[in-house]
Design a protein around this ligand. Structure first.
Ligand SMILES: O=C(O)CCC(=O)C(=O)O
Length: 285
């Protein structure tokens, strides 16, 4: 599926800013090592207040403008049929947007954030090699609307993706508070390395919660409450889910996914369709 906002492979790499907006982030080598250790043990890390308020403001402003006009390409809640979603585009709430897709091509604010050296520095450490940004997956603003925003079952993002290696990192920026009242993301720490029984997943690769082998996993569920500007980095194999938004305000989160230079999307798959962006790496400090 092509769209006017999709960036062709490699086309935008020269326009990427190399100025860090998360300038307050200056970890020591020991701190980076510790983040890496925790990430590989748990499958995720959260960096609190990582994105400065002015970055969140700009991303939120562009997001709200584009959401109000449903600037394509968007994904509608009704297209997915998840629990709580409108039954069809014609039903009440059928025009509820779930994701502003192809965020990278939408505005410079997204390009700057996705390529921010503070972000890519962390991702490079976690992947163990220079990262590339995939334009095929996530590369979006996730929304969770009151009333019509759906519930997302337990899944690994590898269900959507076809890469030589499943080791991708998603960077999830909270543009507002995320908690149990508005569809907080829940994770199962350590689940990125857990081997499953084949019958534990349904046809759409969601975890079957009633399966006996899922019980031990589900005992470890951890809600990840986030504040505006907090950034969650998670392994694409980490099981995560999210509830509905019971508040009266939309929840907005920008999500981009990265893979290492030694990895690649499998040719001919959806993962290869939109290309990727090689990112400038900050000088070693
Ligand atoms: O906010 C949600 O509903 C979860 C989204 C999600 O996990 C995904 O799209 O992979």
């Amino acid at each position: 599926m092509n769209s006017p906002l999709a960036v062709p492979p490699g086309a935008a790499s020269t326009a990427v800013s190399t100025v860090s907006t998360a300038s307050a982030f200056a970890p020591t080598a020991a701190e980076l090592n510790e983040l890496n250790r925790v990430f590989h043990a748990d499958g995720y890390i959260v960096l609190r207040g990582f994105a400065p308020p002015q970055v969140c403001d700009r991303i939120e402003q562009v997001t709200r403008e584009q959401l109000a006009a449903a600037v394509p390409p968007v994904e509608y809640e009704a297209e997915l049929g998840y629990p709580g979603a409108p039954a069809s585009r014609e039903a009440a709430g059928g025009g509820t947007v779930r994701r502003l897709r192809q965020a990278y091509g939408r505005d410079e604010v997204f390009r700057q954030w996705a390529a921010d050296p503070a972000v890519t520095k962390v991702v490079a450490i976690l992947l163990g090699e220079p990262p590339l940004l995939t334009l095929a997956h996530h590369n979006c603003v996730m929304t969770k609307h009151p009333h019509y925003g759906s519930q997302t079952g337990w899944h690994r993002d590898t269900r959507y993706w076809s890469f030589a290696s499943p080791e991708l990192v998603t960077v999830w920026l909270a543009l507002g508070r995320e908690d149990e009242s508005n569809g907080v993301l829940r994770v199962i720490p350590g689940s990125h390395t857990v081997a499953l029984e084949p019958t534990q997943l349904d046809a759409a690769e969601f975890l079957i919660e009633s399966h006996p082998a899922s019980q031990a996993l589900l005992r470890g569920v951890q809600p990840l409450a986030l504040e505006r500007g907090d950034v969650l980095f998670f392994d694409s194999r980490l099981f995560h889910s999210a509830g509905q938004n019971l508040s009266e305000a939309v929840k907005l989160s920008a999500a981009f996914a990265y893979f290492g230079a030694g990895n690649h999307p499998l040719p001919g798959t959806r993962s290869a369709e939109f290309g990727s962006i090689a990112l400038p790496m900050p000088a070693a400090s």
